[in-house]
Design a protein around this ligand. Sequence first.
Ligand code: NAD
Ligand code: UD1
Length: 335
Amino acid sequence: MKILVTGGTGYIGSHTCVELLDAGYEIVVIDNLSNSKIEVVDKIKEITGKDFKFYEGDCCDKNILVKIFNENDIDAVIHFAGFKAVGESVLKPLKYYRNNLDSTITLLEVMNEFNCKKIAFSSSATVYGKPETLPIKEDFPLSTTNPYGTTKLMIEDILRDLYVSDNEWSIAILRYFNPIGAHKSGLIGENPNDIPNNLMPYIVKVATKELECLSVFGNDYDTKDGTGVRDYIHVVDLAKGHIKAIEKVLKDTGVDAYNLGTGNGYSVLEIVNTFMKVNNIDVNYKITDRRPGDIDACYADPSYAKEKLNWEANLGINEMCEDAYNFVKNFKEDK
Ligand code: NAD
Ligand code: UD1
């Protein structure tokens, strides 16, 4: 089976490529390298000992997608390509609507032309907006609070409409909670060049002394210790969820959404303290004001994915913190 992976050199995409190759799939990867590095292609090959074709190109460009489908017999697609920074999407909404929507619509049109109607799509827990109760189930009301989230919800709607129009489609909408950590090899992971917005990359940069101090955004939330609670999931567990989703779309038709989370909520302080303990390193932090738009707590009910995809997360918070730090230490030694 040959799977096209869009955005395959990115953080989650690269880990999924490794799992696909390890599971015996052939892959073809397209990425425009707008948020990843070409070196990742060789790292994936080094980890797996397997080869694959990489196309540097943009999913908004119909010509390159047609070329890929002409040159390869693609059975299904995993679509990661897209922009993901919430704050930037508020400042530059058109950039987000253009890239995330255009790339997806172009991809779906080309898939249709080549009669390839099986896709797993990267959605996000952000489509649940501010949930009224926890844990979050897939049938909760959907709403968004920023343009990035709106692109995800719009694409979900496009995919649902597509299935209604043509029941041959097989579509898995994967709603990720908070992916962190890295592959055990330390060869691939997440290391943003800019100042990170998300918690774990920020903690890592404080630990490596690239940044001075972590701001803990608020300690007056209605949570166990007052700091925000999230469902952190090891990126390797998340990647394995894609293998299960692809098995499902290859087998059945339909459109369905699945929460990919652990079901456990950890607070910011729990993450910081665990990180310090398992890596035996200090992380300087101070309590500051809340970040506008943040919610108290967010965690999944992952039971639907377990029932339908036979998938559940196995790795715990210690491994997530160890592996996140291991990758960045390795990365710095490489330079
Ligand atoms: P990432 O930025 O590391 O990976 C995305 C990849 O897509 C990058 O390599 C980028 O160069 C590429 N890309 C972007 N636009 C493209 C285009 N038009 N054509 C070709 N390539 C393009 O992000 P990630 O964390 O790996 O996220 C993957 C997907 O999962 C994204 O769609 C993101 O919105 C979604 N997601 C991520 C998170 C998270 O916390 N990381 C949470 C929920 C959902
Ligand atoms: C963010 C995005 C969300 C996206 C998710 C996964 C925002 C507002 N939301 O969510 O749309 O789906 O990432 O990519 O950006 N924190 C600190 N200090 C920091 C950074 C974060 O205390 O420097 C806290 C936050 O207040 C939150 C927790 O850490 O309680 C996790 O934050 P983050 O990693 O940014 O993820 P989310 O807020 O869940």
